[in-house]
Design a protein around this ligand. Structure first.
Ligand code: 2AM
Ligand code: CA
Ligand code: CA
Ligand code: CA
Length: 282
């Protein structure tokens, strides 16, 4: 079933409006500082009452506006211990707070992220950072915006002119430790600079604005990347699978870059990193 431009526009406008309306709730928690949190399955996986409240508010609002749509949300999936399958139905993919550790510590890199997939294609993205008052929005075919102003990726096409972003925390889990250390070694030693922002959704937006040029991330969940992926693509950027193939939002291992040339260079450096045998970190 195809979706009209008018329908798409209404999804976009309602989502933007709802996300904005969650801003004051998120700011309330942010401004408290040292907000109470619980540890989820792992010592580094934190959650606050605000994560749950924001996800509830978004879910209620989106379902009442669009009863035909479905939801895939981080906290609901955590509660039910299952990740729903993505179907062709309009599906909102929600991260109520991306960058929860930053949120708890009053580091202004945290956001609400909402993406919409229809026929398994990402078509709407809204990422809102209330502490910085930055609202990133995009819908397919209409460009990407920061607080209403058009944004564009950089023209950087070589890694030695690029600032890259990487999540150093991803060496927590022993199963991915070696892989990430090798990739950080290869990518960071070839780039102009490396940054770690602690929010995947916002980092995609920083590639979209040209503030950084590369983000490579694996082993995250659909809600970490859905909203930001639409924004980055609409800003002219490239989002592809780490193997160079098509990006899969349900298994979102990806290389995200300003330009196609840069993505090729990053992918080949990752291949080189994968072949490093001499290090093993326990
Ligand atoms: P979160 O804040 O919603 O948990 C950097 O930490 C990025 O990775 C954030 O976007 C964070 O999302 C995400 N992430 C997902 N799972 C994580 C985990 N187990 N540990 C740290 N970050 C995680
Ligand atoms: Ca989390
Ligand atoms: Ca997240
Ligand atoms: Ca989250």
């Amino acid at each position: 079933k195809t979706v009209s431009e008018a329908q798409l526009k209404s999804y976009y406008e309602v989502a933007v409006d709802l996300v904005k309306k969650c801003g004051p709730l998120m700011l309330e928690g942010y401004q408290k500082g040292q907000t109470d949190f619980k540890v989820k399955a792992d010592f580094y996986d934190l959650v606050t009452v605000y994560d749950k409240q924001i996800e509830d508010k978004l879910t209620k609002g989106l379902l009442s506006a669009f009863p035909e749509s479905l939801i895939i949300g981080e906290e609901e999936s955590a509660a039910t211990k299952r990740l729903p399958e993505l179907t062709d139905a309009p599906t909102w993919i929600i991260d109520p707070i991306d960058g929860t550790t930053n949120f708890i510590r009053r580091i202004p890199h945290c956001c609400i992220s909402v993406g919409l997939a229809i026929n398994k294609e990402l078509v709407v993205g809204v990422v809102y950072n209330p502490p910085a008052d930055e609202l990133f929005t995009a819908w397919k075919g209409h460009g990407a915006f920061l607080n209403g102003q058009p944004i564009n990726v950089s023209k950087v096409s070589k890694i030695n002119q690029a600032v890259i972003a990487y999540e150093i925390s991803l060496i927590h889990a022993p199963s991915v430790r070696d892989k990430n250390i090798k990739r950080i070694y290869k990518l960071a030693s070839n780039a102009t600079g490396t940054r770690c922002f602690g929010s995947a959704a916002l980092t995609l937006c920083y590639v979209a604005t040209g503030q950084v040029d590369v983000y490579h991330i694996e082993d995250l969940k659909p809600w970490d990347l859905a909203g930001g992926a639409v924004i980055l693509r609409e800003a002219g950027g490239v989002v592809c699978h780490t193997n160079g193939g098509e990006f899969d939002i349900m298994k979102p291992n990806c290389v995200c870059t300003s330009t196609k040339e840069l993505s090729k260079e990053v992918i080949s450096l990752i291949d080189e990193a994968n072949q490093i045998m001499e290090y093993t970190f326990k």
